[in-house]
Design a protein around this ligand. Structure first.
Ligand code: ADP
Length: 446
């Protein structure tokens, strides 16, 4: 209440000063008391006018944007201005902090790899991050305040919202039909909903691949097992002649061999997928590798094909010898198996202009139609299933080759046309190729 006393005191002082002045001025006249009263009233009026002016200045500041300082008066108006300004500034600071916190929170949600969509109690879009906008095909600005079910019409999603089934995620195709979304709805606040979306296209594809793989392996193993079981039953129940027994045992051996090759290829694939990439500091000489492969290929061909093999003297590849051996052997094996008798098979080495290297396996076999080329390296993909199985193929060879070459930083290139043979090229990067320059064994150039 001190401000009231001082203001009353100031009023009394103004009145007294006005009264004294009026009295002194009115003394020469007949009515000094009247002059004193008039003076007192004038003093009070002047004090009120001054007060009103200071109040008006503060009011003008309050009506404005309050960017400037409040008027720095003394006394009541000064203190009032100071206190109002301090409270405004504190609120502004609080608001700025809240805004910053909200922005940080929204940027954190924006950085989320999942889609986040906020719905109000009426199911209208309140906010969504860029990922959710992409997932649901929304425009974050334009679609704000739109009912989400008008824009995302997937029946599973609409049913989930309408029936309030929020306990498990629903999956449905992305609105742009380029994948699958898994969406979880969580209610919060008063009827509001948080919609979390995740792109599960890759996960579903991997899951489907895994299922196919298990089905394929089971099928590949079941076939020879069924044959073996049949032969065993025959041997157990029927009296066989020595010649028949030998024939059945031979066929059983073939089936066992088939399963062994399949299991061995599966193990090779598992090893390739589960082990670290071969380091760049282990150098494998290519010439002995080619010699070994040539010997194996000649044995496999049994003189039915013409074989032409380069001798990459001094060439070394950084990598794992068993993997490189397995990759080239798989290619040569295919070339010999698929090329009819009398055809020719080549194993070539070439140093590329950029310092990289090319191992080429070419044949004059039946060739492969264009539509099969992109799928050849898929596990168990065969162009001609019966030909592959007849010749002991597992359908895993080219996927092993692709894995090996990729682990060595290179790529597998396949060129083929029906009737014109096939060319399989292993392209290796310069960092993994080295050619020793010796006087008696000059390195091959491009
Ligand atoms: P497979 O064990 O069946 O040979 P691969 O993965 O090695 O399996 O090859 C996949 C398919 O590609 C084969 O089944 C075959 O149809 C085709 N193929 C591979 N190499 C050749 C080739 N040199 N000539 C013709 N077809 C080939």
């Amino acid at each position: 209440m001190s401000w009231l006393l001082t203001r009353l005191l100031a009023g009394v002082l103004a009145m007294a000063a006005g009264g004294v002045a009026g009295y002194l001025l009115g003394r020469p006249t007949q009515s000094p008391v009247l002059s004193a009263m008039l003076g007192g009233a004038t003093g009070v009026a002047l004090a009120a006018l001054l007060d009103a002016l200071r109040g008006a200045r503060l009011m003008a500041w309050l009506r404005g944007p309050q960017e400037q300082q409040a008027p720095r008066d003394t006394g009541f108006w000064g203190e009032l201005g100071y206190r109002v300004e301090r409270s405004i500034r504190q609120r502004e600071q609080g608001l700025a902090q809240e805004r910053l916190r909200l922005e940080q929170f929204l940027s954190a949600i924006e950085a989320s790899p999942n889609g986040v969509l906020l719905l109000d109690a009426a199911g209208q879009i309140v906010w969504c991050n860029t990922v959710a906008a992409d997932h649901f095909g929304l425009d974050p600005q334009r679609d704000r305040r739109q009912p989400v079910t008008n824009l995302v019409r997937a029946p599973a999603f609409v049913a989930c919202l309408q029936q309030g089934r929020f306990d498990e995620a629903v999956s449905f195709p992305k609105p742009r039909h380029d994948g699958t979304l898994s969406v979880l709805v969580r209610p919060y606040g008063e009827g509001m909903k948080l919609v979390l979306s995740q792109d599960v296209t890759d996960r579903e594809r991997n899951e489907a691949m895994r299922r196919d793989f298990v089905a394929n392996v089971s099928h590949e193993i079941r076939t020879p097992l069924t044959v073996l079981a049949g032969f065993l039953e025959t041997m157990a129940n029927l009296p066989l002649t020595e010649a028949e027994r030998k024939r059945v045992l031979g066929l059983m051996q073939q089936q066992t061999q088939r399963m062994q090759t399949l299991v061995s290829d599966l193990l090779t694939l598992a090893q390739l997928e589960g082990s670290p990439r071969p380091t760049v500091d282990r150098w494998v000489a290519l010439e002995p590798l080619f010699l070994q492969i040539e010997a194996d290929a000649r044995a496999l061909s049994g003189g039915r094909h013409t074989l032409q093999v380069d001798h990459p003297t001094g060439v070394q590849i950084a990598g794992a010898q068993p993997e490189l051996m397995s990759a080239v052997m798989n290619l040569i094996n295919n070339a010999v198996r698929y090329t009819p008798d009398g055809g020719s098979v080549e194993l070539r080495w070439r140093l590329l202009p950029d310092g990289g290297g090319e191992i080429l396996v070419a044949d004059t076999g039946p060739g492969i139609a264009r539509e099969h080329l992109p799928r050849l390296t898929e596990r168990f993909y065969r162009v001609d299933g019966s030909r592959s199985r007849e010749t002991g193929g597992t359908g895993l060879g080219l996927s092993i080759v692709k894995h090996v070459v990729q682990r060595h930083g290179g790529e597998l290139d396949i060129q083929s046309e029906p009737g014109k043979g096939s060319r399989f090229r292993l392209l290796l990067p310069a960092a993994r190729v080295r050619v020793a320059q010796t006087a008696d064994a000059p390195a091959e150039a491009a």
